[in-house]
Design a protein around this ligand. Sequence first.
Ligand code: SAH
Length: 377
Amino acid sequence: MTALPIIESSSPQADAPPRRRAAMPPRHLADLDPAERRAAIADLGEREFRAGQVSTHYFGRLVRDPAAMTDLPAASRARIAGAMLPQLLTPVRELACDDGATRKTLWRLHDGSLVESVLMGYPDRVTVCISSQAGCGMACPFCATGQAGLTRNLSTAEIVDQVVSFAAVAASGAIPGSPPRLSHVVFMGMGEPLANYPRVIGAVRRLTDPAPDGLGLSQRHITVSTVGLVPAIRRLTEEGLAVTLALSLHAPDDELRDELVPVNQRWKVAEVLDAAWAYAEQTGRRVSIEYAMIKNVNDHPWRADLLGELLSGRLAHVNLIPLNPTPGSRWDASPKPVEREFVRRLRAAGVPTTVRDTRGREIDGACGQLAASEVEQ
Ligand code: SAH
């Protein structure tokens, strides 16, 4: 890859070039903070407290149908809902496996872009994996989303609405053997969240603001996963949020990481780890180091030892992801004995290490498999 990512630095939409602005969706309640919502309602000629009522419907009750908003005057209900809650996501396809405990939805956005999100129900939690961009510009060669390039950033509300939709599914009791309250969000779907910085931060605030201003999730239950955009990690460190940071390392040495995570050509392993440790120090949060196990590529014992040296004594744990081979990929997952030896060496170096489950493989909903354009054909 030669093109380097552009990191956005100011407020949503204001700085976007006209062509991208044209593709952005209509404004939605979830794009706005409470004061902006009151102003938007006042612009409609309605009393400001109606903003709180609409927020309670959307974030508190997970209701979007204007007909159900009986505390709004019947005459203005449809107009308020139309202006504050335009439909942003239209489900195109819904797939389930694990007896309904894993669900993937393919959404069509207002401009025809497609994105996916995945819900995973566990006995103690419900986690949703969401997309932050349509496509992705980071070009990691083993990732399905990376192959098609970036279409556009999602708006804050397009990100939030993926979570609210699945929260409503969980609340309906549709996830067998799981609690009815969606509790965890991971930005591990399509896109590079830190390349869509202001909108992703806006989404984190909406997700974590107490109801009815937001969804009331715990900051520590939100994981932002990044290829390692160093200036954006440093900015996140100053944001005053205690979200979990996941860093997609995939190789402990620059030579291999330059290939697997092309942005490494710009910010090297040592630099990105420095930024991760600064984040850990500021927030007290353990950084999650993501490492896809790729047969004969990055799974050598010496690489486990080098990774162990880099991480030993740090506030970090390693999450090994068995590679999900993507269509046409020349790469495969590491054999289990190789994986076990890799884990053993990391643990011997004192680094907490887990192997991620491969939920959703059957429905192409597992890590790195989200590639909506395939479904489009
Ligand atoms: N852009 C963010 C989020 C992407 S997906 C990031 O890179 O962190 C979340 C994780 O899945 C990343 O660690 C990513 O590298 C990993 N991943 C992508 N494709 C994969 C594949 N085919 N098999 C296993 N993990 C993969």
